[in-house]
Write a protein that binds this ligand. Structure first.
Ligand code: NAP
Ligand code: GDD
Length: 397
């Protein structure tokens, strides 16, 4: 394992040596004399943080990340880019900290003096925010305030650019379709209300103190690294396990919900580009396509050669296997019911529909997403099928 990590880093270095920036230099400077940029990522252990860290390392940045203290390792998504503290030419460093702890944030920002801060950390699960509204607000609303205030307090407002991971959840009970930068907000959860505070405090610090601070208004984006309780990953994991006989049925909440799903890899690139603009702007990042949760289930099942029929309504809705082709789902047969509704997954207030209009971002950032929904679903299903096969192997030994 250690050897593999080293090999991966070695390959990165060779690649990087031929690019503009080179890691084999003193901290802060590239070989050509260009300043090596330093980024601080909060939420580096999360889905987006891990992709952004990879992207910035490939661009020649020195990347610092804040991770939380946990009783078990919480760095699985970034283990492949980890560098030993004993590496002399390292460009990746993790620090303990927490968005609820101002002192740790001030100390780290003072020590690192970052050129760019990406605030990706959040209690990011909308349903959980109804269970933990105070904590979700502390992290998601006051967390970004603490970072902005640290930048100001340390006199770094000229040097440090700040990006806040904002969200399409601000549009909530949507006031127009599709949603763009001018669409009024109507948040529908403690998560979204807290993120609305974060959105406005970012703009306030920009206007009050002339800081380069901006919001990326991100519509849903997924990947094989998506947290396991978000709906797309829950679906991809469960269907693969059902196909191999490790589970019997997938229980979901509101299958009518409509979302604009993109790939996380595309969206972190946009966030980097936003911090390279001449002037800070708040931009919507979205695919411009909308699908229901039910459609996502059908697409995912089709990757395993399973065709589903949805029957019934509301809490009595279920999906039955209509047909199977290929050999990826040996443990199920036509007639099996493999998806049902469990009302415990309904939310007190739901965001029924989201559809983004990212034309401004496409124009300002010269952007085109590389991944389609079909690519995304295939990639997630391949990855979760591998995981399910390994689990099956372990169980049979
Ligand atoms: P994620 O996978 O849930 O990652 C969240 C990250 O925040 C994790 O690294 C987590 O650490 C960290 N974190 C949580 N509470 C923290 C605290 N108190 N102090 C420090 N770190 C803390 O989320 P994601 O999908 O990558 O999303 C990244 C950001 O984009 C979030 O702010 C989210 O709200 C926002 N966003 C996401 C989407 C989307 O569709 N993915 C859309 C719009 C906006 P642990 O690993 O220790 O839990
Ligand atoms: N999680 C979950 N689990 N959602 C379900 C389920 C289920 O079993 N069944 C149906 N859903 C519905 C939810 O009610 C919601 O309407 C939709 O599927 C998507 O749910 P999530 O995947 O949990 O994502 P989200 O849209 O609530 O929030 C995500 O996207 C936001 C951007 O719009 C998160 O990443 C947020 O952090 C992000 O801001």
């Amino acid at each position: 394992m250690f050897f593999l990590v080293r090999l991966q880093l070695y390959n990165d270095c060779i690649w990087l040596k031929s690019s503009k920036y080179c890691p084999y230099t003193d901290y802060g400077l590239t070989q050509g004399g260009d300043k090596m940029k330093t980024a601080l990522i909060t939420g580096i252990t999360g889905q987006d943080g891990s992709y952004l860290a990879e992207y910035l390392l490939a661009k020649g940045y020195f990347v610092h990340g804040i991770k939380r203290k946990a009783s078990l390792f919480n760095t699985q998504r970034i283990d492949h880019i980890y560098q030993s503290p004993y590496d002399t030419d390292k460009r990746f460093k993790l620090h303990y900290g927490d968005l609820t702890d101002s002192l740790s944030l001030v100390r780290l920002i003072q020590e690192i003096q970052p050129d760019e801060i990406y605030n990706l950390a959040a209690q990011s699960h909308v349903a959980v925010s109804f269970e933990m509204p105070e904590y979700s607000s502390d992290v998601n609303a006051l967390g970004p305030l603490r970072i902005l205030e640290a930048i100001r307090f340390l006199g770094l407002q000229e040097k440090t650019r700040f990006l806040q991971a904002s969200t399409s959840e601000l549009f909530g009970k949507v006031q127009e379709v599709p949603q763009n930068e001018k669409t009024p907000f109507y948040p529908r959860s403690p998560y979204a209300v807290a993120k609305q505070y974060a959105y406005w405090i970012t703009i306030n610090y920009r206007e009050a103190y002339g800081m380069f601070a901006c919001n990326s208004i991100l519509f849903n984006h997924e990947s094989p690294r998506r947290g396991e309780t978000f709906v797309t990953r829950k679906i991809s994991m469960a269907l693969c396990q059902i196909a191999l006989g490790l589970e019997k049925c997938l229980y979901l909440g509101n299958m009518n919900a409509l979302r604009d799903w993109g790939h996380a890899k595309d969206y972190v690139i946009m966030q980097w580009r936003m911090l390279q603009l001449d002037e800070p702007e708040d931009l919507v990042i979205a695919s411009g396509e909308q699908h229901s949760v039910r459609e996502f289930v059908s697409l995912a099942a089709a990757e395993l050669g399973i065709q589903l029929d949805f029957k019934g309504q509301g809490v009595d809705e279920y999906a039955v296997v209509a047909d199977i082709s290929g050999n990826l789902a040996p443990q199920i047969k036509p007639g099996d019911v493999i998806v049902r509704v469990d009302p415990k997954y309904f939310r007190p207030t739901e965001v029924e529909t989201l559809l983004g209009d990212a034309s401004l971002a496409r124009q300002k950032l010269d952007w085109k997403a590389e991944h389609s929904l079909n690519n995304l679903v295939s990639e997630m299903m391949r990855s979760d099928y591998d995981i399910a096969q390994k689990k099956l192997l372990l169980q049979s030994h």
